[in-house]
Ligand binder design. Sequence first.
Ligand SMILES: N[C@@H](CCC(=O)N[C@@H](CS)C(=O)NCC(=O)O)C(=O)O
Length: 266
Amino acid sequence: MNTYKLRYWNIPGRGESIRIMLTLGSLDFENDFTPLPFTIKNPENTSPPPFDDGSWAKQKPQTPWGTLPTLTLPDGTIVGQQRAIIRYLGKITQYEGRPLYPEDPIQALTTDGLMDMLEDIWPILIGLNGTESFDTAPLLTTMFGKPHLIDFLEKKMEPQKGELALMFDHIEKAYSTGPYLLKDQPSCADILLFAAIAWWGAAMFPSMEMILESRPNIKRAIETVGGWKKIKDYYSALKSTRKSLPTVGVTKYQDFYKNFHSLSMN
Ligand SMILES: N[C@@H](CCC(=O)N[C@@H](CS)C(=O)NCC(=O)O)C(=O)O
């Protein structure tokens, strides 16, 4: 069987870009959902349970880098690191006759630069930002069922000043020729941008608006990717499955996928 296996939590996070790349490559894959390692009460009769059942503590030492996502290749090799996996899949996946990871070294370098920039943003949104408090942890806050951290985000997104605003401005500039990073040539960088903004714009930000309102190039890029037929078909087929995701406090986990569905108009 030429099946790939993606191990990740059942959230978009760092796994969704890989799911999309596998879909674009028409590669057969299954999701191996690991329960999120949070001490949150599991709903009854769900298999696998969404929250900790001890699985991750056992799996972690067996992964190549101690983290998820991991991808098991058809020959059984297990690999890790989101961007490395995307690059690999981009080399074996064609879109409109060209690989999604460019063969030209300079274009590959540009693609890597954007993907590394996105990875630089991730920890600011995902972690505790040097404190022990949820007041500076946009993702953990919502995952534990509390409202989005508007004050924290507004500060970081202050025009021309906030740490995140400046980072998004660089990305906006990189997309000025558009619609893709490499002008008219789509690449895996555009897939990662699509997956990152859609995820951040639901899990950490209350919507994508705070990121996109003054950044039309990023908006155009992710809307363009969302319009690809294979992506539309993928999200259309999955829409009804989101309903079974848990609700914790004010957070409906199904909403973590909402922008993926809206950008692909499902
Ligand atoms: N640079 C890595 C980061 C991986 C990472 O931090 N994964 C998180 C989930 S998104 C994780 O495994 N957390 C659990 C842990 O570290 O024990 C990548 O891009 O794959």
